[in-house]
Design a binder for this molecule. Structure first.
Ligand SMILES: [Mg+2]
Length: 257
């Protein structure tokens, strides 16, 4: 059925996931690269009315057991999805939204303020036009516009992280300095602990390295992960090629329900 897993629970899946059970599954969906195609600039993205409608209807059918788990801030996410989902996690689990209630991790802001100053200085010194996105709990350096500078941007990020005691998160053409110890796996675990998610089987879908924690958490709780993109070593059990394959799979769930 699917590729055999090695001792670390990693495998290279080739099969598409089974259909969604709207009464039994809980869905945890990444946004960029999963529900929408990655854009050159993080703020150039928007969700089509069709996608927002799909999420809204699926969420209703699943009694609300659908959450978007993203590296974006919740404010940013809300601008993009316009309230299509009731539950979400922002900045890789730093902020959790359950209906109208939002909770955030306690973080040390001084480290980030110092890291911000370091970053400004180093980027200027190397004349790097990397785009810095300030997400309150983290600083994301986007280098999609300057892929040739990847190594330099990465080394700058590592240097500042080591100096200021921050964690480094790797993404696609982005490296993030983050002040919280939380992960997308934490977000899945914490949302699963209460209605409307509790008692359901978690299914986590994502395309990036930060989604691996969500795949592992879902697997630990008896569910599974779905990797979006080219098959590679992952904690996910299944694979879907791209956001349009994800949308088609979600649509199938709607019809089955
Ligand atoms: Mg993604």
């Amino acid at each position: 059925m699917h590729a055999r897993q090695n001792t670390a629970g990693l495998s290279t899946p080739r099969a598409a996931p089974p259909p969604i059970h709207v009464r039994d599954h809980a869905l945890f969906l990444d946004l960029d690269g999963t529900l929408i195609e990655i854009q050159d600039r993080p703020h150039a993205v928007f969700a089509s009315p069709a996608l927002r409608e799909l999420l809204r209807r699926l969420s209703d059918l699943m009694s609300g057991a659908l959450a978007v788990v993203t590296g974006r801030s919740l404010g940013d996410l809300d601008d993009i999805l316009e309230g299509a989902v009731d539950h979400a996690a922002g900045v890789h689990g730093f902020e959790i939204q359950r209906g109208a209630r939002i909770t955030r991790d306690q973080i040390e802001l001084t480290q980030l303020a110092e890291a911000r100053a370091d970053l400004r200085r180093l980027l200027q010194q190397h004349e790097l036009p990397a785009l810095v996105e300030d997400k309150h709990a983290s600083l994301a350096l986007h280098y999609r516009q300057i892929p040739e500078a990847e190594e330099l941007v990465q080394s700058i990020a590592r240097e500042i992280a080591a100096k200021r005691g921050l964690r480094v998160l790797q993404g696609k053409m982005v490296v993030e300095l983050i002040a919280t110890a939380r992960t997308k796996g934490y977000a899945v675990t914490v949302l699963m602990a209460a209605p409307p998610f509790s008692g359901r089987t978690p299914v986590a879908i994502g395309d990036d390295r930060t989604d691996e924690d969500a795949f592992s958490a879902a697997t630990r709780m008896g569910g599974f992960g779905v990797l979006v993109g080219e098959p590679r070593e992952t904690h996910a059990r299944y694979v879907l090629a791209d956001p349009s394959a994800v949308a088609a799979w979600l649509q199938m769930g709607l019809r089955a329900g």
